[in-house]
Ligand binder design. Structure first.
Ligand code: FDA
Length: 310
């Protein structure tokens, strides 16, 4: 409950225009803890750097809520260029995409533009032997995102496209069950958006319990699972579950955010687990940065110190 209040306070304050203006003008130095840089080359350098510790990358071009088909297409074009750049740098591209940023909800020539652009992106990634994960956004987008995920798996198979389920939503275990015919590649997260109590569990203990159930169910079903959390207790439980049930280390991976718990990322990789860092980059870093601050009270002090020092 307290976590929920804290998250609500931070996301409400960070949504105020004067705060946004202030943080955008003074906060870039601090944001760089969580954001790899403003362009694709910086993000690719971060991937190469992490590789030295045996950690894989998951590239995320930042940008949310586009307002016109032109800007959505332009954004999709930048993701396609990122795939080309990653391939040219001899990396198997792994990217995350928010369907809202490529036009979800806009209809062009009778089709949802988000789906049309996602199709171009998954086709390009597949051509390079890569992978695209459809990030999950706030709850009004869940139905359409899952439907579009289903369409894309139908067209490209489940080895090149995956999506995300958020354990804080009451609906999610039902969603998990409804996707099982696809043998889907799923990233399980707790959920990062400010959601009403009618749709999301307010108590952290319930969210954590649902998280365990989802990961264990996905493992038992034999489908690939991306365990995306920094919660050490959860990670230890997943390790034990996998050992106890004979789940191979090839059947799952741990995923964490760039700049968060690097020690834990390195430790898991050194112990032979597959670990992937989610590496955001781009000029539109503010909404992503706000969600990271909302996840941990200590981050607010980190930001204030960083913005007003000297
Ligand atoms: P929890 O919040 O319980 O934190 C556990 C511990 O981790 C904390 O005590 C702290 O030490 C550390 N920690 C967590 N967040 C931190 C931070 N920002 N800074 C410093 N320390 C921190 N959400 C979503 O809604 N849709 C999505 O598509 C994704 N995608 C995604 C991908 C990946 C790879 C990750 C790791 C996470 C996401 N998320 C997400 C975000 C997710 O929903 C959630 O908000 C964060 O992972 C924080 O929750 P934890 O599971 O880490 O646990």
């Amino acid at each position: 409950m307290i976590d929920q209040l804290y998250r609500k306070a931070v996301l409400t304050v960070s949504g105020q225009k004067p705060i946004e203006t202030l943080v955008r003008s003074r906060g870039w130095g601090v944001a760089q803890r969580f954001v790899a840089g403003e362009d694709a080359q910086s993000a690719l350098r971060a991937v190469k750097e992490l590789e030295k510790d045996g950690i894989l990358g998951n590239l995320d071009l930042l940008g949310e809520f586009v307002t016109s088909p032109d800007t959505a297409n332009e954004f999709a074009g930048r993701v396609l260029s990122l795939l080309d750049d990653a391939h040219a740098a001899r990396l198997k591209p792994y990217v995350s995409v928010k369907l809202s940023s490529v036009g979800q909800g806009m209809t062009v020539e009778g089709e949802d533009l988000g789906l049309a652009n996602a199709r171009r992106i998954v086709a390009r990634a597949k051509g390079y032997g890569g992978f695209v994960c459809l990030d999950m956004e706030d709850h009004p987008r869940v139905d359409q995102t899952l439907a579009q995920f289903r369409t894309l798996v139908g067209e490209f198979g489940n080895a090149h496209v995956g999506t995300v389920l958020q354990s804080y939503l009451y609906r999610t275990e039902g969603d998990w069950a409804s996707l099982q015919d696809l043998e889907p590649n799923l990233r399980i997260v707790k959920g990062a958006y400010l959601e009403p109590e009618t749709v999301a569990m307010p108590d952290k203990a319930d969210v954590d319990a649902a998280y365990r159930r989802l990961v264990y169910a996905q493992m038992k079903a034999g489908s690939y699972v991306n365990v995306a959390t920094h919660d050490e207790g959860l990670i230890a439980d997943v390790e034990h579950f996998a050992l106890a049930h004979g789940i191979s280390r090839d059947a799952f991976e741990f995923q964490m955010l760039y700049g968060v718990r690097r020690d834990l990322q390195k430790d898991l990789a050194a112990r032979g687990y597959r670990v992937r860092a989610y590496i955001p980059y781009g000029r539109d870093w503010y909404p992503y940065f706000s969600r990271r601050i909302a996840e941990r009270p200590a981050n607010v002090m980190f930001v204030l110190r960083g913005m007003f020092k000297g």
